[in-house]
Design a protein around this ligand. Structure first.
Ligand SMILES: NC(=O)c1ccc[n+]([C@@H]2O[C@H](COP(=O)([O-])OP(=O)(O)OC[C@H]3O[C@@H](n4cnc5c(N)ncnc54)[C@H](OP(=O)(O)O)[C@@H]3O)[C@@H](O)[C@H]2O)c1
Length: 277
């Protein structure tokens, strides 16, 4: 089985660089999808309260026969629970739904700078971390000004910042800020939900290497050092996406793919996304 490299987070906890994403997997289908991902070899699962499928992830972890220590599970605090007490309650609910005693990574899903004070939310996550029920805490969709505020006002540097990254949105500024502050970047929608797979530059590299466009794109992320967790409901594509450690892109390939950037998001802009509507 392929060995997925670990990335060491700023508190010493390690996370497999390649995981399995579960956004838009139906709650009813999540258990089977995650069990299929375990079968392929994935040992890192990314879920969120917002996805409504934490129970399915918990069922799969419980039924997998894997030791708890062999699986890395991330979940995220939903947008309506930013106040301290709500955040603590939401974490308890996440743990009940996942049926875990200890989570590996818990993130603030969106900063929502126009809605509330994410510093208060972060302090709630610091409490959770101090309780020992979560091995690492981090953020998602935070821009450098949001991170700057957290670093100035609180004690704990986020272990990760999970942001949208793919060849059409290379996120050089946020990734550089993360790197300078010891925050690991996690790239969500790593294949832009499929949008980059017919790109001629990516196709040409894939043809030359005898690989698929998805594999070339995921390999680009891996070589740039980011953590990725593509989602697929198909075991065949799960296998394809997992098989990205047996080949290498040249520096020129990495550069050519990075040059495809057009700052094009598939999801909301964190500066303006206002969940409260
Ligand atoms: N923090 C956040 O705000 C945030 C936001 C979005 C996503 N995420 C996380 O990031 C994960 C990945 O992002 P994502 O699910 O939005 O998008 P993605 O992984 O970039 O793309 C998933 C889409 O691509 C298709 N696909 C997967 N592998 C393929 C392959 N080898 N060839 C062709 N098509 C393929 C999938 O279809 P099939 O299922 O039919 O294969 C699905 O439609 C999510 O699942 C979630 O865990 C986080």
């Amino acid at each position: 089985m392929t060995d997925v490299p670990d990335i060491t987070l700023n508190n010493g906890v390690t996370i497999p660089q390649l995981g399995f994403g579960t956004f838009q997997i139906n709650p009813d289908e999540t258990r089977d999808a995650v069990l299929a991902a375990f079968e392929v070899g994935y040992r890192h699962i990314d879920t969120a309260e917002m996805y409504g499928n934490e129970r399915g992830v918990g069922d799969a972890v419980a039924e997998s026969g894997l030791d708890r220590d062999e699986v890395f599970v991330t979940s995220k605090l939903n947008n309506s629970f930013h106040a301290r007490d709500d955040a603590l309650k939401a974490f308890d609910q996440t743990m009940d739904d996942l049926r875990l005693d200890r989570l590996d990574l818990f993130l603030i899903h969106w900063p929502l700078p126009q809605v509330g004070d994410f510093v208060e939310t972060w302090r709630a996550l610091e409490e959770i971390y101090a309780s020992g029920r979560c091995r690492a805490i981090g953020v998602s969709n935070f821009q450098p000004p949001h991170l700057r505020r957290l670093l100035e006002s609180t004690e704990t540097v986020p272990a990760v910042n999970q942001i949208e990254v793919h060849p059409y949105l290379t996120q050089d500024t946020v990734r550089a800020y993360d790197r300078e502050h010891g925050i690991a970047t996690e790239a969500w929608s790593p294949i832009a939900k499929g949008n980059v797979l017919s790109d001629p530059v990516i196709k040409q590299i894939a043809d030359r290497l005898g690989r698929t466009p998805a594999q070339v794109t995921l390999r680009w992320h891996v070589q740039r050092g980011d953590i990725v967790f593509p989602k697929s409901s198909s075991p065949e594509r799960m296998r394809e996406n997992f098989d990205v450690f047996g080949f290498e892109l040249t520096p020129a390939d990495v550069e050519a793919i990075s040059a495809l950037n057009r700052d094009e998001r598939t999801g909301p802009d964190p500066d303006t996304f206002n969940f409260a509507g």
